[in-house]
Structures are given as structure tokens and as C-alpha cells.
Design a protein around this ligand. Sequence first.
Ligand code: MN
Length: 247
Amino acid sequence: MALNRRNFLILLGATTGATALGTLPSACAAQPVLGDKQNQSEETFKLPPLPYAYNALEPYIDTETMQFHHDKHHAAYVKNLNDAVNKYPELKRLSAEELLRNINNVPEDIRNTVRNNGGGHVNHSMFWEIMTPDGGGEPTGAIATAINQAFGSVDAFKQQFNDAGSKRFGSGWAWLVRNNEGKLQVISTANQDSPLMEGMYPIMGNDVWEHAYYLKYRNNRGEYLNQWWNLVNWEEINRRFEQAIAR
Ligand code: MN
């Protein structure tokens, strides 16, 4: 749920609605470093383990790409997000998803960091789960029906999704979202921007940053986009579709 600033402050337990998050009293922003060291093992946001082995997605995604993608790239987003919220301990009460839905209420000095690294954390946490070595094939369940209704056919949907990924200049993501009108829609975002920031729910997304495919596919993003469908975990995507409707 997106919150207005007043409700955002209430959620954070601020005592007065007049306290702008961007101008928190310095006493609040500069909490004593007490406990900082021992808290390092208890960071707010944690790197989720991969739900399968590094080599499980071969031959479509190679082992080395998975190692770097998860252990270096995703880990860095988590670290940077933790470093940012450590400046504003009140923000630790919010999930990464809530921070993104309310990105415009996040203190300005860490807003871009939360946008990029909170987005990176949430996007990748989804990404690992919507892939599986037993994936691919035709979609099943409610999402299959909904995709056919929205796009005419599964092939037409895949085409739109791959187009969104190919045409994203530079780095970003291709998405299937449930938009504000409750309709399925294919979009793409730049960098690590999350559809959550626009009030849309990300049902599935493919990472088209070069770090996701370059070791194996080099500059051939189109081939990566085609092969990626062999890994898609329709069961998890059906679960996310249910979540999108329920919220
Ligand atoms: Mn990535």
C-alpha cells in the first residue's frame, strides 16, 4: 500500500506529523554508534540464499554468472541498502517493498540509494525465485488464463516481454505487472527501478543488465531473452499473481 506522508510518519512512530522525514532532528539522525558493531551480524536486510545450486540453471545461465550475480551484485545491493537505513533507524520497521512503494517519503539524502539498492534487492529476490531448473514450458493455472485474456496468446505475451527487454537501452528490467487498473501489462524499467514505485505489482521480471548474461551470451541480449523462458517457474509466478490480486 502506498502511504501519504502523514501515514508514513505514523507508521514510523513519529510523534508529530510536522516532522518531515527529510529534516529529521539531528539527534534522531545521529543516533549514538552504540551497538553498531554487534549489530553488523543482524542487519535489517539480508541476502536470501539461492533456492538452488549455482550450476542448476545450466546451460541457460552459466555457473560463474550465477556466482557473481548473487554473491557480488545482489550482496552489494543489500549492503548499500543497510548502510542507507542505518542512518535512519526508524526506516528499519519497513520492508524493502514498503520503502519502494513510499520512495517519495524516504529522506532525500538516501532516496536515490534506497531506490537503486532497495530496488536491486527486491528485484533480485524475486528473480531467483521465478526461475527453476525444472522450469519452462507453457504457463499453467490462473496466470495462463489471465495472460491469454490480456495478450491474446502466450506467444504474443512472450513477444511483448522480449521486446520490452531488447528495447531497454542500457540496463534495466522487462516486467509483467498488474497495473493500477488491475490489468496485466508488459513494461520495462531503467536501472533497478521497481514497478512498486509506480503502484504496480511485479508479477515476473527478467534482468537485462549485462551482468545477467554477458559471460555466456556476450552482446546477444535477444538470445538470452529467448533462452530464459526455459527457466521460468510458473508455479511461483502463479503465487505472485495471487498476491498481486489479494493486496
Ligand atoms: Mn542483476
